[in-house]
Design a protein around this ligand. Structure first.
Ligand code: PLP
Length: 379
């Protein structure tokens, strides 16, 4: 099946008792057994829930993966991957990671004796120099947040396979509509479902997709043992949200392109980061591994003044000043004081997150209103 059909139907059958076309919200904690242990997989809802299972199948199919597992948040999903590691293990990851991932790695898992190397992954050759006998995992994001750098998934996968390492890709920014890392050799695909998959800014959720049966068993064991499972109502909302993922993404891409092009001509703007520009350093790789370039854009201001960025961020009318991304509504954020506040200043600036950097999550409103809003805020 093609993407749009999978988005609407994958994992979902009419309800066997009533024919209800929408998967019911199985709001239950437990399941009645006829005799002890006679259940068919459904014993207790921390382990399995039919509404969640429908969503897991749907997301897995969208990622061309065999298995999907949903978690109570994106961080819950990343936490499950980190729990595959042991003290002494090493992880190689990017130097412009999602702030929450950086915080978890450095403030939680370093305490458990796991070592993280934050390196520039736009050149995957850098990975080779960092690999030791203890390296177990390569964790990448592409496009990155908020600099919109592109990491070559196939090149990372080649190195991972040569050294028998796991490659995990945080695919939140692209969504499965734009990019399927498994097609390029990734072992684990992670989503903050909160963002494009949910799409309506009403749910916090995460997901992992894998092909390998053993890896799935390990991750499912962690979910069931540690308990970061999402509730069935949230799963229902995401199943509903995904039904329009392809249509939403087309509009995010259309609006994103118009806005990136507009910003680039604006005299007050220093630099616009968007992988659709032919002179973006990762453009060729983006073109190879992505279907289109998405609606995430960041830009810095001439003079690089914090006050100027604050003024713009607080004066928008259609764009809302908020953390998060990927919803139908347009958002503006100031990474240095919001999503990246937990990263030391010197470190974030090295990665390009300067004081005047603003990040847009371009929504699916009318493009004329979005452009007008930016024009007024920048005047
Ligand atoms: C939001 C986000 C996360 C964390 O997901 P939550 O659902 O907020 O826990 C991880 N990675 C990226 C790229 C994100 O944007």
């Amino acid at each position: 099946m093609k993407f749009a059909t999978k988005a609407i139907h994958a994992g979902q059958e009419p309800d066997p008792t009533t024919g209800a076309i929408m998967t019911p919200v199985y709001q239950t904690s437990t399941y009645v057994q006829e005799s002890p242990g006679s259940h068919k997989g459904y014993a207790y809802a921390r382990g399995k829930n039919p509404t969640r299972n429908a969503l897991e199948k749907c997301i897995a199919e969208l990622e061309n993966a065999k298995h999907g597992i949903c978690f109570s948040s994106g961080m819950g999903a990343i936490d499950a991957v980190a729990k595959l590691l042991r003290p002494g293990d090493e992880v190689i990851t990017g130097d412009d990671l999602y702030g929450g991932t950086y915080r978890m790695f450095t403030k939680v898992y370093e305490n458990f004796g796991i070592k993280f190397h934050f390196i520039d992954l736009t050149n995957p050759e850098n990975i080779k120099k960092t690999i030791t006998a203890n390296t177990k995992l390569i964790w990448i994001e592409t496009p990155t947040n908020p600099m919109m750098n592109i990491v070559d998934i196939a090149a990372c996968s080649k190195i991972a396979k040569e050294h028998k390492l796991l490659l995990a890709v945080d695919n939140t920014f692209a969504s499965p509509f734009l990019q399927n890392p498994i097609n390029f050799g990734a072992d684990i695909v992670m989503h903050s479902v909160t963002k494009y998959l949910g799409g309506h800014s009403d749910v916090i959720m995460g997901a992992l997709c894998v092909n390998d049966d053993k890896l799935y068993e390990q991750l499912f064991f962690i979910l069931n043992s540690c308990g970061a499972n999402p509730g069935p109502m949230d799963c229902f909302l995401v199943l509903r949200g995904i039904k329009t993922l392809h249509i939403r993404m087309e509009r995010h891409c259309f609006n994103g392109k118009k806005i990136a092009e507009y910003l680039r001509t604006h005299p007050k703007i220093e630099k616009v980061n968007w992988p659709g520009f032919t002179d973006h350093p990762g453009h060729a790789i983006a073109k190879k591994q992505m279907k289109d370039f998405g609606g995430m854009i960041s830009f810095s201001l001439k003079g690089n003044k914090l006050e100027d960025a604050f003024k713009i961020a607080s004066s928008m009318k259609v764009f809302s000043l908020a953390e998060s991304l990927g919803g139908v509504e347009s958002l503006i954020g100031h990474p240095a004081s919001m999503t990246h506040a937990s990263i030391p200043k010197a470190e974030r600036e090295k990665a390009g997150v300067v004081d005047s950097l603003l990040r847009l999550s371009v929504g699916i409103e009318d493009i004329d209103d979005l452009l007008e809003d930016l024009k007024t805020a920048l005047s």
